[in-house]
Ligand binder design. Structure first.
Ligand code: GTP
Ligand code: MG
Length: 387
């Protein structure tokens, strides 16, 4: 690893120096303001000291991830198509819903009583029930949650008789109720919104931030400002800067958590401020402490914990645990197009009891984002037919 120290007039100039010499994959280890030497310079703007490092062979790896992503694009299209088909399917389900409207209120009362449910009251599970139970497991729903869902659905069958359509419908309603009503950003709020995306590395925070910026700035004609606290990789700043140029929304880069206050102050005329953070290893308490510190400087932040729908259950638990220092946040799921099943959305929702918000379904900025829709997710999990 090559480590170098740079002094520059401002952060941007320092970044340029690092980039020119160490390349886009350089990692900023440290940056701080320093006083200019000499008495006469005492009142002048401070200089920036930046220490950066790069893996010696890192430059060669720069393009490999790009070609991988291109490969993914084809896949994305297929998954997106599948997802789109499920949307179409949801219209059919709407019609079905009317026919079995009374099931719904019945099930809701079961969900309320679910925690009193006693295992020994269970009738034996039939082949059809086993099939649906297995289907839920295959879609990454955690075992105990799948058990609960099937137990509630079973009650329904004792009213309606064992009929595949009724079971499927019942399961969809139960899942939908568990997922509850998502809560998206109210872009018409009179107060300025300070939106912060946090989460593990590589889940899609920056891409999602750009999608949201486009949604608000172009789609809703709001004034938007971007702030990035991710200065660990030069490429990360460049990534957001590129979006900022394309979308014509201003961007501010901060190097220390406390600088966020000044950056927000500078955006006081904006309706919405979107704040990107560096991907944090949820197993590193030190890295998480920085997130905690950053958030502590923001008034009324709207925090979104970004999780990839492809994450395994064990990691979901560990991610959720490591972010439990944040009292209030929303869940934002990415990469639905790549997930083998959407069960982890349900698992995370039940584990956290936080509201769902948006989901992302591909790499395209700004298109591949939508408001989370509990019914659509439930329909996707259960599917149309299992014959
Ligand atoms: N298939 C798919 N890929 C996505 C989605 N969202 C983001 N990506 C891709 O995931 C990769 C990482 O995205 P970033 O936005 O850089 O992720 P990040 O969380 O900001 O990463 P760090 O800042 O390094 O923690 C990129 O290749 C994105 O194109 C999505 O919904 N579906
Ligand atoms: Mg990022």
């Amino acid at each position: 690893m090559k480590v170098k120290r740079y002094i520059a007039n401002d952060a941007q100039e320092a970044m340029l120096k690092v980039k020119a010499e160490l390349g886009a994959n350089a990692v900023i280890l440290h940056s701080r303001k320093i006083k200019r030497p000499g008495l006469l310079n005492f009142f002048k703007k401070p200089l920036i000291e930046m220490v950066a490092a790069v893996e010696e062979n890192e430059k060669d790896k720069r393009y490999s991830s790009k070609s991988e992503n291109n490969g993914k694009n084809e896949n994305d299209k297929n998954h997106e198509k599948k997802y789109a088909e499920n949307v179409e399917g949801s219209h059919k389900i709407d019609a079905l819903k009317k026919q079995v409207g009374n099931i719904e209120s019945l099930l809701n009362s079961f969900i309320d009583k679910m925690d009193d449910y006693k295992e020994e009251d269970e009738p034996k599970r039939s082949v059809l029930f086993d099939k649906y139970y297995n289907h839920l497991i295959e879609n990454n729903i955690e075992k105990s949650i799948a058990e609960k869902i099937m137990n509630i659905a079973k009650k329904q069958v004792s009213f309606s008789g064992e009929n595949e359509e009724v079971i499927a419908k019942a399961i969809k309603i139960i899942i939908r109720e568990y997922l509850a009503t998502p809560n998206i950003i109210n872009e018409d709020s009179k107060e300025q919104k300070n939106i912060v995306l946090v989460g593990p590395t590589g889940v899609g925070k920056t891409t999602t931030l750009a999608k949201l910026a486009a949604k608000f700035a172009i789609g809703k004609n709001k004034s938007v400002g971007l702030i990035t606290a991710d200065t660990y990789r030069i490429a990360a700043v460049e990534q957001l800067r590129t979006y900022s140029e394309i979308l014509d929304v201003p961007i501010k880069v901060i190097y220390e958590p406390e600088e966020i206050q000044e950056a927000i102050e500078g955006f006081r005329d904006k309706d919405i401020i979107l704040i990107d953070t560096a991907g944090r290893n949820h197993r590193s308490t030190e890295q998480l402490e920085e997130v905690r510190e950053l958030i502590s400087y923001i008034n009324n932040p709207d925090i979104f914990l970004v999780i990839s729908a492809t994450t395994g259950y064990k990691d979901i638990i560990s991610i959720i645990k490591s972010y439990d220092f944040i009292k209030d946040y929303h869940l934002l799921f990415t990469k639905l197009d790549e997930a083998s099943g959407l069960g982890n959305i349900l698992n995370a929702k039940i584990l956290t009891n936080k509201k769902l918000s948006y989901v992302t379904t591909g790499q395209s900025v700004p298109d591949d984002i939508e408001n989370a829709n509990s019914e659509k997710i439930a329909n996707t999990i259960v599917g149309e037919s299992h014959e």
